[in-house]
Design a binder for this molecule. Structure first.
Ligand code: ADP
Ligand code: MG
Length: 287
């Protein structure tokens, strides 16, 4: 029997720590104003936590010039086989939560800052050749973006629900432009992974499993696509119209529908996230 989350919190001296968020890979608890503990799901291995920690260090170095914070890891530990890490607590409230309450010009400013910040992720320099994931992803590293889009799609196709297979397979023929050079793309940049204070983004969380070297435009396309109602129920049609206007201002409208289709095919592997699967189904079904 491994340790439970409560065992770990008691061991750390914070038995009453509050849960900040629970995702597929980990639960995050606030220890105090300055630190959180990220407790990985049972079965996670130390090596994976250490690889993530070193990627976070690399990203933090590459993001020194930016005004928002990014995650980092103070230390990785285990208790009876459970792996956890102690990390600085980042300032702010999830944008998903804020969008449930703010209105008027503050809301407009928050949405614009969410979008502009997505546009800044590409300036985080991480020195890797070519295209592909930054964590693991054996067989997914390519010299061209189109090659990455193809091999990554095959991975999703191999584990998506059977009824989605034809629609995902059809994305093999999707055309997206080739960028001039690879850039860091978070790929999971959506309101729950972005913290803000008032209407200013203060931190971007959850770099990792999805993060790639890719086409920086994909960050902008995904930041807008993830405002769709299944993924971001707190976002209104007016907000989505603002986001489409932002894409137009940045000359990013033309390939948006195809980029969103590829993203829906990509996420079709995430079968345990029902909201995300509902989005994948709708986007892949629409023609
Ligand atoms: N370093 C941190 N500081 C403050 N809050 C955090 C921190 N890390 C995570 N959180 C909170 O926990 C939630 C889940 O963490 P996240 O890193 O997004 O992992 P996942 O979504 O994979 O569970 C976030 O939405 C955020 O509210
Ligand atoms: Mg998250």
């Amino acid at each position: 029997m491994g340790a439970t989350d409560r065992d770990i919190l008691a061991y750390l001296g914070y038995p009453e720590a509050t849960l900040l968020g629970a995702g597929g890979e980990a639960c995050v608890y606030a220890l105090d104003d300055a630190r959180v503990v990220r407790i990985l799901r049972a079965g996670a291995v130390v090596a994976a936590a250490e690889q993530r920690a070193s990627l976070m260090a690399e990203i933090k170095t590459g993001a020194r010039h930016l005004t928002f914070q990014v995650p980092s890891v103070d230390r990785v530990e285990t208790l009876n086989g459970r792996v956890f890490s102690i990390e600085p607590r980042l300032f702010g409230q999830p944008v998903s939560q804020l969008l449930g309450s703010v209105s008027g010009t503050e809301r407009t400013k928050l949405l614009n800052d969410y979008l502009d910040t997505a546009g800044q992720i590409k300036t985080i320099s991480v020195d890797r050749p070519g295209y592909g994931p930054l964590l693991g992803g054996q067989g997914l590293h390519t010299t061209d973006w189109t090659g990455f889009l193809r091999v990554r799609l095959e991975r999703s196709l191999a584990c998506c629900p059977a009824d989605l297979r034809p629609a995902v397979a059809a994305m093999r023929h999707l055309e997206l432009p080739e960028p001039f050079r690879p850039a860091l793309v978070h790929m999971d940049y959506f309101p729950a992974n972005v913290l803000a204070h008032g209407s200013t983004v203060s931190a971007v969380l959850d770099f990792g499993a999805s993060t790639i070297k890719g086409d920086s435009r994909m960050e902008a396309w995904s930041a807008v696509a993830y405002l769709d109602r299944e993924i971001s129920p707190e976002v209104t049609d007016t907000d989505r119209a603002l986001a489409m206007g932002w894409l137009a201002e940045h000359n990013l409208t033309a390939h948006y529908p195809n980029a969103r289709r590829w993203l829906a095919a990509y996420w079709s592997f995430a079968t345990d996230d029902l909201a995300l699967m509902a989005w994948c189904r709708r986007i892949l079904d629409s023609r």
